[in-house]
Design a protein around this ligand. Structure first.
Ligand SMILES: Cc1ncc(COP(=O)(O)O)c(C=O)c1O
Length: 390
């Protein structure tokens, strides 16, 4: 049994979530419910793994041994039912790094890259900062559920300038776990139109029954040359600070291009702790993830109930995955700056504003629920009080 109720003081630990609020929100005295990491202390086997390696006392040049890749392969097989060969698997320091690399390697400046907004905002930034052209196949909100607009996707993918699509699966922030049918349709449209599909599956372990995550790694052999999957243990085990992620590239030429670039950037070698820990969490962490997901589901339920009883004007988008809840605040009838003012200045909460995720996110807010339940309810109380005083 893990204790997710323990409150750990994260101040003065160089945490982006805690130490960058003044930069982002103009004040530091807020309750941080934004950056997507968790306020839970790591399980004992993680701490032991780091301590054991630290005890050795020598931290020289380090490589990733075959066991590192075996641990990833085994996790993919046992938790996600997909078989990956060693030559199809490669390390990357982060998923955003990997997405950047895929854009740089497999598209040219001026070419078009598809996304589905509202979506994790670095997608937009890396496309535009690499001088590619962003094309938005905006998700459609039907009732309280987001769906893909396949007709629009097909039209946009047909454009000969459109060379890549960044898919978020499961989706941050709208919380959808895409069904097998939806994924097959996206992959077919991409394959048939020469669009390379990059599937960011970083949230793939945090999925709630009855929903099932289907990885694009294993959907259909005909997609193999047209799909790259990027993922990591960092969201699952809260180890983003260790910089460990990986990609699955089944097309050998594309894999060679990626590996060459990794070598050129001198990223072939490994951070000593990230190597040890990636292997350890995948070998020892299955039971932890099951308990974590159960606790997160409890938090989701608690937040849904709190909102329904106390702040019914804000609608919760049902969550099929992730610990990031998407709040529909449009009934409050506030402008973007009034909504920010309500959350930041009045409720003293740091959340991700919906418009950061694209124009389709205007009027929404994203709240990170991965904290002890008591802290979550306190944060929601702050919001309730602020809205009552509005
Ligand atoms: C969809 C998605 N991709 C990537 C990342 C970040 O990945 P990394 O820290 O490995 O760059 C996040 C973090 O919130 C995310 O939600």
């Amino acid at each position: 049994m893990y204790n997710f109720d323990e409150i750990v003081d994260r101040k003065n630990t160089s945490s982006v979530k805690y130490e960058e609020m003044d930069l982002k929100f103009g004040r530091a005295d807020l309750t941080p419910m934004w950056v997507a990491d968790m306020d839970f202390r790591a399980p004992e086997f993680v701490i032991e793994c780091i301590n054991n390696r630290a005890e050795h006392g020598i931290f020289g040049y380090t490589k990733r041994m075959p066991e590192f890749y075996e641990a990833i392969k085994s996790w993919l097989k046992t938790r996600h039912g997909v078989q990956v060969e060693r030559e199809q698997l490669e390390y990357g320091p982060g998923v955003v790094f990997l997405l950047n690399m895929m854009i740089r390697l497999f598209t040219e400046k001026g070419e078009k890259v598809l996304i589905q907004s509202p979506v994790y905002y670095p997608f937009k930034n890396i496309i535009e900062q690499n001088h590619r052209v962003l094309v938005d196949n905006t998700l459609v909100l039907k009732g309280d559920r987001y769906e893909m607009d396949f007709q629009d996707l097909e039209e946009k993918a047909k454009d000969s300038q459109c060379k890549m699509m960044l898919l978020c699966s499961p989706h941050n922030p709208v919380g959808r776990v895409w069904s097998k049918d939806e994924l097959v349709r996206v992959a077919e449209i991409c394959r048939d139109n020469g669009v390379l599909l990059i599937s960011d599956e970083i949230h793939f372990d945090l999925v709630y029954k009855p929903h099932v995550h289907y990885s694009l790694i294993g959907l259909d052999k005909t997609f193999d040359d047209h799909v790259i999957v990027c993922t990591a243990p960092s969201k699952t085990f809260n180890i983003a600070g260790l910089h460990s992620s990986y990609c699955v590239i089944k097309n050998p030429e594309k894999m060679t291009a990626y590996r060459n670039e990794l070598g050129l950037l001198d990223l072939n070698r490994s951070n000593v702790f990230s190597r040890e820990l990636t292997q350890s969490v995948y070998e020892n962490g299955a039971a932890y993830v099951d308990e974590l997901n159960a606790y997160l589901q409890g938090n989701i339920l608690a937040a849904q109930e709190f909102m329904a009883q106390n702040i019914p004007q804000i609608k919760v988008i049902p969550m099929e995955a992730t610990y990031l809840m998407w709040l529909d605040c449009r009934e409050l009838n506030l402008t973007i700056s009034e909504l920010d003012d309500l959350f930041v200045q009045k409720a003293k909460l740091a959340l991700d504003s919906g418009y950061w995720f694209g124009p389709s996110g205007e009027g929404f807010m994203r709240i990170n629920l991965a904290c002890p339940r008591k802290s979550l309810i306190e944060a929601l109380e702050q919001l309730k009080d602020a809205i009552e005083k509005k």
